[in-house]
Design a protein. Structure first.
Length: 270
């Protein structure tokens, strides 16, 4: 018998089993002929072509070494190689590896899908936080504007107090003017008892004072009307602005509370 070190199918597997003995005998030749006949019968069977299935490792091994019927018969010097017993085990191991690989691929796909879902949730949470932060900033800005309106309203109230003082002074001036007029009339009635020049001088002074007072009164009346219109416009503007700002603040605070609750629920789900 001749000893060879074959490299069929998987050399590393065959090497573990040691060397393979190849027998040159009539028995092996008969077995080879019988095996070849069976393979040729299966190839010529029409039922074999109706449904093709994937060959196993053992069938692939035998089909590789099968020849057509046109080939000449083997000579007596032909050597037959025995198939190692580990070949079916290797085939089963390969099939098992394919199954495990498919399962692992399915698990990897599930993990990737889950990671993508979590990433989308995280991005949604970040966008929600940005929107809530912008709304809170806008609400704070509106509150600051409301505080500014309140300060302006306080200043206007002080101006209204000054206006009331002005009205009081104007009434006092009107009363004083009437008194001066009566005093002038009184002086006229007493002019017979005083020197004419002195009385005339005093009357001129009184008339000058009256003219100056008239100018001041006219100017004060115009300023008073202007202040009334200005204060009225400012008061109406601040009143409407305050109402509008309060409504916006209430609406924004309500939206912020709703967004905060949704954000808390989302964080809890994450």
């Amino acid at each position: 018998a001749q000893q060879l070190e074959p490299k069929l199918y998987d050399g590393s597997v065959i090497q573990k089993n040691g060397t393979i003995v190849i027998r040159d005998s009539e028995e092996t030749l008969l077995l080879e002929d019988e095996s070849r006949s069976k393979m040729l019968q299966k190839q010529n069977d029409p039922m074999m072509f109706e449904k093709k299935t994937e060959l196993s490792a053992e069938q692939a091994f035998w089909s590789r070494y099968s020849v057509n019927s046109d080939e000449p018969n083997l000579s007596s010097s032909t050597t037959i190689v025995e198939v190692p017993k580990e070949l079916p085990k290797v085939s089963m191991a390969v099939e098992q590896h394919c199954v495990e690989k498919s399962k692992f691929q399915d698990k990897m796909n599930d993990v990737l899908k889950e990671n993508e879902r979590l990433l989308e949730q995280a991005i949604s949470a970040d966008i929600l936080n940005i929107v809530v932060y912008a709304n809170v900033n806008y609400a704070c800005k509106t509150v600051n504007e409301c505080e500014s309106c309140v300060s302006i309203e306080t200043e206007l109230q002080k101006d209204f107090i000054k206006k009331e003082c002005y009205d009081t002074l104007f009434k006092q001036y009107t009363t004083l003017k009437k008194t001066l007029y009566l005093f002038g009339e009184r002086l006229k009635s007493l002019s017979g008892n005083l020197k004419e020049e002195k009385i005339k001088r005093e009357l001129e002074e009184i008339e000058t004072i009256n003219i100056e007072l008239d100018h001041r009164v006219t100017k004060l009346v115009a300023e008073n009307e202007h202040l009334k219109q200005t204060y009225k416009q400012l008061y109406d503007s601040i009143k409407s602005s305050r109402v509008r700002s309060k409504e916006q603040c209430d609406d924004l605070i309500k939206q912020v509370n709703i967004k905060s609750a949704e954000n808390s629920d989302l964080n809890a789900s994450l």
